[in-house]
Design a protein around this ligand. Structure first.
Ligand code: GDP
Ligand code: MG
Length: 373
């Protein structure tokens, strides 16, 4: 019932279907009028067209997350500060990868076991004795990733803009997505080492999009940086921590774990491997978990440097081994009481996905048929 097609949505909000499709296209996603809208797209559209929508999560699909949420409240007295989770977005070639690499290598002691050679979906760095978690997924996937994970796991978005190139289409998209997700934005004005850097132009262009710098009377931090020389990177990390203070990010490590899958794959010799970021509770080796269609007893946990750890705290990224399947990115992982429950939830989820696929293909072809008559 909460499933809605593009044309149905357009009818409901009294807009031509073409306008809705155009809007979606400008956000970088292709929809035809018969496609079902996902929850994130509905929320973004609602924001764009200035309407209120309430989306209802599918009962069966999110059953287990609901069960977790009802199980126990985080108790006020157990709440502790957790690391902020950061996603970096921006136009291609503006320096997302360079920035992530610079931050990671500058903060990881040389020669440390595991090193930083292998790719991880998320990593954590320390600044002023506090932790910051960065999500590091391939640049071209940043938008879809953000869409699939929604605001579930990102606390702050850093939009990187090259000072020698200014605001570009994907800069606008990044701003739109962050706004729609209601996530605070910090602007990293990158490539400041370049002769042709023009940070004032970047400020003016972003002010036009409603992202006005603090020194111009607005409320957005613009941090000049260079991913090449490292200039301004410490300032950027400090700005993140200040923003995190405003957000008052807290979690209860004494609860059962709730985490979000950032990345997953099937690895030779290791089986299904998932990188998750813990949102609440503590994740431990031996936990019985379910994540979408995957379940299992956590065999091992590896930190972002590939080192085995016993547990992972709220805000921390960790690689999970021991799952039955490869869970989808964006799935919520929770700890459950028994293997039986874990299997049951995973089975329900698989059944739900099958039904959804089925209804989608049959409904769409019926609609297309009636269009042709
Ligand atoms: P991405 O597509 O946003 O991930 O951008 P990359 O990190 O791949 O960077 C694109 C190009 O810009 C690469 O050739 C980088 O070496 C270069 N680059 C990135 N940051 C800087 C910077 O701060 N200064 C200079 N001079 N070049 C940079
Ligand atoms: Mg890149």
């Amino acid at each position: 019932p909460e499933e809605i097609r593009v044309y149905e949505f357009a009818e409901k909000i009294n807009k031509p279907v073409g306008e809705v499709i155009k809007e979606l296209f400008s956000l970088g996603v292709m929809f035809t009028k018969n496609d079902f809208l996902d929850k994130d797209s509905i929320e973004i559209l609602a924001d764009t067209f200035g309407i209120n929508v309430t989306t209802v999560n599918d009962q069966e699909s999110f059953d287990y997350v609901k069960a977790y949420d009802e199980e126990g409240e985080a108790s006020e007295q157990n709440l502790v500060e957790r690391a902020p989770v950061i996603t970096i977005m921006g136009h291609v070639d503006h320096g997302k990868t360079s920035l992530l690499d610079y931050i990671r290598s500058a903060k990881v002691a040389a020669g440390e076991a595991g090193g930083i050679t292998q790719h991880v979906g998320a990593y954590m760095v320390e600044k002023n004795g506090r932790n910051i978690t960065f999500i590091d997924t391939p640049g071209h996937e940043a938008f879809t990733e953000m869409r699939s994970r929604g605001a579930k796991v990102t606390d702050i978005v850093i939009v990187v803009v090259a000072a020698d190139d200014g605001v570009k289409p994907q800069t606008k998209e990044a701003v739109e997505h962050a706004k729609a997700a209601g996530v605070p934005i910090i602007i990293a004005v990158n490539k400041m080492d370049k002769e042709s850097a023009n940070p004032d132009l970047v400020k003016a262009q972003l002010a036009e999009l409603g992202i006005t710098p603090i020194d111009w009377g607005g409320e957005h931090e613009f941090v000049p940086v260079s991913a090449k020389t490292g200039m301004g990177i410490e300032d950027l990390l400090e700005t993140i921590l200040l923003q995190a203070d405003v957000l008052e990010l807290k979690a209860d490590p004494s609860r059962d774990v709730k985490a979000t899958v950032i990345e997953s794959s099937l690895e030779k010799g290791r089986g299904p491997v998932a990188t998750v970021v813990v949102q609440d509770g503590t994740m431990r080796v031996g936990d019985i978990v379910v994540a979408g269609i995957a379940f299992g007893k956590v065999k091992a946990l590896l930190n972002d440097r590939g080192i085995a750890v016993k547990e992972a705290l709220p805000g921390e990224p960790v690689v999970v081994l021991g799952l039955s399947e490869v869970p989808g990115a964006g799935e919520t992982l929770i700890n459950v009481k028994s293997d039986k429950i874990a299997r049951e939830y995973a089975k329900k989820k698989a059944e739900y996905l099958r039904q959804k696929e089925l209804s989608k293909s049959t409904k769409v072809s019926l609609d297309e048929l009636s269009d042709m008559i």
